[in-house]
Ligand binder design. Sequence first.
Ligand code: SF4
Length: 377
Amino acid sequence: MRASAIAGCNHGSWKGGTTAVAPPAPARYWHRLADGRLECDLCPRACRLHEGQRGFCFVRAREGDQLVLTTYGRSSGFCVDPIEKKPLDHFLPGTPVLSFGTAGCNLGCRFCQNWDISKSRETDTLADAASPEEIAAAAERLGCRSVAFTYNDPVIFLEYAVDVADACRARGIRAVAVTAGYVCPEPRAELFAHLDAANVDLKAFDDRFYRRICGGALAPVLETLEYVARETGVWLELTTLLIPGLNDSDAELDALTRWVVDRLGPDVPLHFTAFHPDWKLRDRPPTPAATLRRARGIARANGVRHAFTGNVHDRAGQSTWCHACGALLIERDWYELGDWNLTADGCCRSCGARCAGVFEPQPGRWGGRRLPVRMAA
Ligand code: SF4
């Protein structure tokens, strides 16, 4: 795919596209301990740092008497993706989204499918740079309806993500996050107040999985999901990557999907995606398509109205069907849209039932394309 050069974006006081390395930015959410260390309050990991040390995420560091974000204004790359790739199936379907990430992560998932970014020691992957205003201007110029913080978790670059979201909002461009939701309550409120949509990973429904496989905990993630669903206007979808033998049992999927319906409601879409051996988890086979279909069946039986299979060709499992009459509403095959049977106000053309989501009268026509974008060109 041809890279699109973004040149001449000269808004704002710091011109990321023409400056190789942005200076570290002061970090929010930390306090001083009695022993002189600084404790980060951004995520439940609560790293305690001496002078010169970095947190587990590697990108938040102590410099002198403060914590800083070392990746403000820096990126591992920009790409225009279909919004369905996040995945978000009920948020402006068919539209392009300018996607980017930075480096590092506050979880340590052994199966990470983006480990070259999440586990990088930043300088080797942060080849591109852009100020918030440059990103917003580029999104507008490229016809993107939204900007996505993705590839690695925006929780750890919250200050940058919030500034980008503000710059985008000023131009009518929405902000989307792909996150594991492993964040403390106060920064969580700030981050989600700046978002329009989020896909949150629910990696398993088992705290032992989170502790042994991800180096985290389940409870903070469930708290985030309930917070977003109940206390914000952010459009929410969930993703569970199914790993054979680790989180794909009928019992666990039954418990997970019952919890989703009970605590988040039946309208939150749930994506089951396929694992492939990667990073430190190479002794498990790729997820069979039949496992994804089984998970979707359990979810639907438990009342999830919109459950999807991902990373496979499966028209039935990837399309949106009316929860009331069963009619096809949005036909999908991977990231490509087909038939569209929603009214201009997002209702089923057959029976009139409203379909939950953020829809426009017509779907976008971006298709499955990916367009890499070089901001610093
Ligand atoms: S955000 Fe980073 S530095 Fe802060 S507690 Fe989490 S892993 Fe540690």
